[in-house]
Design a protein around this ligand. Structure first.
Ligand SMILES: [Zn+2]
Length: 424
């Protein structure tokens, strides 16, 4: 239908009048802007003239950028806030519009710069700001991610991909917790278990190799935990019975992931121990707490051959720095630090139990441990009256898991491990 000329002219006049009224009267609030947007869409397509006039008068972003200020990490204020809002509207920024220019803002500025072929330094200077607030600013187009490269998942991650992974680990019998997309300690332990049973590097991080193996059609199901065989004699590790440098216990777990902080404080994130022994440790702590003895701390667990070597070398170096000859420093070190291969900590069955801020000896925890650890399958491995047999100065904090079948007999017979195994 052809609109008569006079109507067109009237309509344009009306629109122009409306725009001027709004521009003059309306303070720049969001609701006014929204009202205008509604009116704008209700009116017939404006002519080019009206369009440019509208954008000049009402575009909230079209005020010139302050040229003196460079926006960069560390800067705070309304200028930053405005840039964040603009970047957010265009899809570059997903953080909070808080007026603080942090790394998130810098990253989004960088992405904006890259897409607009500006120098991409993450600093919003005059050029960047001019483009940002102009009609040339484009909405964010994400660069396509390369095919099927699974991102690496690790502790602390929370997302859908974690849920998928948990569901798969559960299906295969490695995971028994909630499928909640939250990569916590339990999830990390099940990733480690999957890695161990599938011959992968055991680091608890689900990177490409691990994820590929996990989603493979022939992914191995979890094997049952090895039941402790009481007829099997406990392993003896001492200066005469060493483990070789590649020795590695089969079933290590990270204590922090398994033992709740309500039971004991685990000193450091990396302490590992044999799965069965760690479970016994937790049961023991919980029993002690039930009797009113708390504040337990675990200071050491599994140690690799290499780590023991480092400990040994450090102690030798310390004695040498105090003026001892190398051979004297070495023999002095042997009194308190086991030779690499000769430490019980290599087995994953030995733990150092402490109480923060004490030397442990004489604390109520030490007295409880000495009396009760046997009931949970642990022995006080290095006792004062056995020093000449074990060759180790008494360590009231060092417990060793042997299982109750053995620990209770050893308690009854007052035998240290060497005596019990006929190796004294
Ligand atoms: Zn120890």
């Amino acid at each position: 239908m052809r609109i008569p000329k006079i109507t067109t002219i009237l309509m344009i006049a009306l629109i122009v009048a409306l725009v001027i009224v709004v521009a003059v009267l309306a303070p720049r609030t969001i609701s006014d802007y929204n009202t205008l947007q509604t009116e704008r869409s209700a009116t017939p397509t404006p002519t080019a003239n009206v369009q440019s006039m509208m954008s000049v008068t009402i575009d909230p972003y079209n005020t010139p950028a302050p040229t003196a200020v460079l926006l960069k990490i560390g800067i705070k204020g309304d200028g930053v806030k405005k840039a964040q809002q603009r970047l957010k509207d265009l899809g570059y920024y997903s953080g909070e519009v808080d007026g603080a220019y942090g790394t998130g803002t810098a990253e989004s500025v960088k992405a904006f710069q890259e897409q607009h072929e500006l120098e991409s330094d993450g600093v919003a200077g005059e050029n960047t700001l001019n483009v940002l607030y102009s009609d040339l600013a484009q909405t964010f187009v994400p660069t396509p991610t390369p095919d099927i490269t699974p991102s690496s998942l690790s502790k602390g991650d929370k997302n859908e991909t974690v849920s998928l992974m948990q569901a798969r680990l559960k299906e295969l019998g490695y995971y028994s917790g909630a499928v909640d997309g939250d990569f916590g300690g339990g999830t990390q332990e099940s990733v480690r278990l999957f890695q161990r049973q599938n011959g992968l590097d055991v680091d608890g991080i689900a990177a490409q190799m691990t994820l590929a193996a996990l989603y493979a059609a022939d992914a191995k199901k979890a094997s049952e935990p090895k039941a402790f065989d009481p007829s099997e004699l406990p392993i003896l590790v001492n200066s005469k019975n060493t483990v070789d440098k590649d020795y590695m216990p089969e079933d290590l777990v990270t204590l922090k992931n398994v033992i709740p902080s309500s039971a004991a404080n685990i000193k450091g994130n990396a302490i590992e121990g044999d799965r069965t022994a760690v479970a016994a440790l937790q049961t023991m702590f919980e029993a002690a707490i039930g009797e009113g003895i708390s504040d337990w701390q675990v200071s050491a667990g599994y140690r690799s051959f290499k780590y023991q070597q480092t400990l040994f070398d450090q102690q030798v170096a310390e004695y040498q720095s105090e003026g001892m000859s190398k051979s004297r420093a070495t023999s002095a070190t042997k009194l308190t630090v086991a030779d690499p291969g000769a430490s019980e900590h290599h087995t994953g069955l030995a733990f150092d139990i402490t109480v923060a801020g004490t030397t442990f000896k004489g604390t109520k925890q030490q007295i409880w441990l000495t009396k009760n650890c046997w009931d949970y399958g642990f022995i006080i491995r290095y006792q004062e009256d056995k020093e000449d047999i074990t060759g180790i100065i008494a360590e009231c904090w060092h417990v060793r898991y042997v299982g109750t079948e053995h620990s209770l007999t050893m308690l009854d017979k007052n035998q240290c491990l060497e005596e019990y195994l006929g190796q004294a």
